[in-house]
Design a protein. Structure first.
Length: 441
């Protein structure tokens, strides 16, 4: 086991100065039992304690009757090193941790003897090297060198989890906001088949009018730059990365969508359509279904775009392109359809759902959309402002520090998390140079 201990020390998996280490080796439970009890009673160091166990001892401890002792050791140790294990033992340890400790596991290996372990883990990473291609072919991800694991997790893993979470939340949100006025309107039309939104608007809403925003978020969204993550790899263990999508977050987004949808429904029904003196057209006629549906759809499209603007953590040119192309596509697309169905652009076309250009020229229609969109988006803006200034997330603290102190100032600061240190993660007292090893193995 001496080789395994030396490798663990040299790779900073085990800190010899700050971590108490217990070694278990033997072939019989009579020899292994006292060592296991001593390991359980061992006082942890400032960074906890580590366990180094040999393959024979591991086989004995994973037998029926002793497995609970091994599970208890795994719970109390920050690091567990299993040395000289058979391929099936590696897979058993990974499966045990997943099932008994309810953990998400990652297995990394470079040889054929690591394939069972890689296949058993939630995420398998294979290293292409002198050991062959068996591990990389069996893994979910393949890398050329072990040092690339840090970038795979801290950068690509972090971005992927945040982007998928935002994509799910925003996709549900914009559809609930769009459909809620239909539900409210059904109570006023005796639940008939009439709709406030026109068929063409319903058809193009997800594809054209609001399709680019979630696509841009799923590709370009990032909270911290790659250089900043490389400088502070501890950011991988922050709460917003560990739980980017929870039931509470999803319900909060849907509650906002329902509130905004109900507000727009009553704005369209009582603020536009119900007034006898509402004159959006030249001859003074009251607003009809085309006018009401057009203004309602305009409110929804502008509101979900405003929500997207509040949601984005770091803007790029692609985010702005997605926003303005969507808004431009909404109006240009409807005007094209209007000309397509009727040569006279001043006449509303029933069934096409394209409102006449006179409504676009009416200041009252623009003010109606503006007032209700501002009213609907105000809670989102206020909540985002209060959270960022009075209860900021750790990525927001780093982002603000990077903006106001600069990269050189951050390199002189130690990373201080706002929450207690988590298992196996300690803030570095001094940041090491960017290209040197920093202990985040």
């Amino acid at each position: 086991l001496e080789t395994a201990i030396n490798i663990a020390h040299s790779s900073s998996i085990i800190d010899r100065d700050c971590m108490a280490t217990a070694v278990i080796e033997g072939d019989e439970w009579s020899d292994i039992g006292p060592l296991a009890r001593s390991a359980l009673e061992l006082a942890p160091g400032s960074k906890g304690k580590a366990l180094v166990i040999g393959g024979h001892a591991l086989a004995v401890m994973t037998e029926a009757g002793h497995i609970e002792t091994f599970v208890e050791l795994c719970e109390k140790c920050q690091v567990v090193v299993c040395a000289r294990c058979a391929p099936v033992q590696k897979a058993e340890v990974v499966t045990l941790v997943m099932k008994r400790l309810k953990k998400i596991s990652l297995a990394i290996g470079d040889g054929g003897n690591d394939v069972p372990m890689i296949l058993s883990a939630d995420v398998g990473v294979g290293i292409m090297g002198n050991e062959g291609m068996q591990a990389s072919r069996s893994a979910d991800f393949s890398i050329g060198q072990y040092r690339l694991l840090k970038r795979l997790l801290a950068v690509h893993g972090r971005y992927s989890s945040l982007r998928m979470a935002d994509l799910i939340k925003y996709s549900f949100y914009k559809n609930v906001c769009f459909c809620t006025p239909q539900v409210v309107f059904a109570a006023y039309n005796l639940f008939s088949a009439n709709t406030l939104h026109n068929e063409w608007i319903i058809l193009a809403y997800n594809i054209v009018f609001t399709g680019l925003q979630p696509l841009a978020a799923a590709i370009f969204e990032k909270d911290l730059s790659e250089d900043l993550i490389d400088l502070f790899p501890e950011a991988y263990c922050t709460e917003e990365r560990r739980n980017p999508l929870t039931a509470t977050m999803l319900m909060e987004w849907e509650a906002h969508a329902v509130f905004q949808g109900v507000l727009f429904a009553f704005a369209a029904l009582y603020g536009v359509a119900a007034r006898e003196d509402t004159a959006f057209v030249e001859d003074g006629r009251a607003a009809g279904m085309d006018t009401t549906g057009f203004l309602l759809s305009s409110m929804v499209v502008w509101c979900v775009t405003a929500k997207y603007y509040v949601m984005i953590r770091s803007f790029t040119i692609m985010h702005y392109i997605a926003i303005w192309l969507s808004l431009l596509g909404f109006y240009v697309g409807l005007m094209i359809l209007n000309f397509w169905y009727d040569d006279d652009a001043g006449v509303a076309v029933n069934g096409a759902g394209i409102i006449n250009l006179v409504v676009l020229n009416e200041l009252r229609s623009w003010l109606t959309v503006l007032c209700f969109v501002v009213l609907a988006a105000t809670p989102d803006v206020v909540i985002a402002f209060l959270r960022r200034n009075y209860a900021p997330s750790e990525w927001q603290i780093l982002q603000a520090a990077d903006r106001f102190t600069g990269r050189q100032g951050l390199e002189r600061l130690s990373y201080k998390t706002t929450s207690p240190p988590r298992r196996g993660v300690e803030p570095s007292p001094e940041p090491s140079p960017r290209n040197s090893h920093n202990g985040a193995s």
